[in-house]
Ligand binder design. Structure first.
Ligand code: NI
Length: 135
């Protein structure tokens, strides 16, 4: 019997979507306002879900305090109030789209969990636009 437990978190960050190997015109066509050379910000909302068996002794799938600390260390401390393109090494050469950010977050959190646990990350870039990755 598997149960999914979730914790919400958020971070504010700036980004710019563009490819160095494309012309300004092509970047403008594909990425529009998100290609603003002066960057722009989002209030990212995150749902981190862990799926696994309930531990017989504790009654937990995962201790939420532990999950909270992992999210703080791997996501909030790394991304909050940062310029993703300039200050976060994972995006030096990777376009910081919501799709790429959610995969980066998954890959940072997954190794910190017991391998028996499954992980699912949902990232809201705006209240209406969100992406989900579960490996
Ligand atoms: Ni954007």
């Amino acid at each position: 019997m598997k149960v999914k437990v979730s914790r919400k978190a958020h971070f504010n960050a700036a980004h710019r979507l563009f490819r160095k190997d494309w012309s300004n015109q092509k970047n403008e066509e594909i990425f529009g306002k998100c290609n603003n050379p002066n960057f722009h910000g989002h209030n990212y909302e995150l749902i981190v879900s862990v799926i696994g068996e309930i531990d017989e002794e504790t009654g937990y799938v995962i201790d939420m305090k532990i999950l909270k600390d992992i999210i703080k260390e791997e996501v909030e401390d790394a991304f909050d109030h940062k310029n993703l393109n300039l200050e976060v090494p994972e995006f030096k050469t990777l376009n910081p789209t919501a799709e790429n950010i959610v995969v980066v977050i998954y890959n940072k959190i997954k190794p910190k969990l017991d391998p028996k646990l499954e992980l699912e990350i949902t990232l809201y870039e705006t209240p209406r636009n969100f992406v989900t990755f579960s490996g």
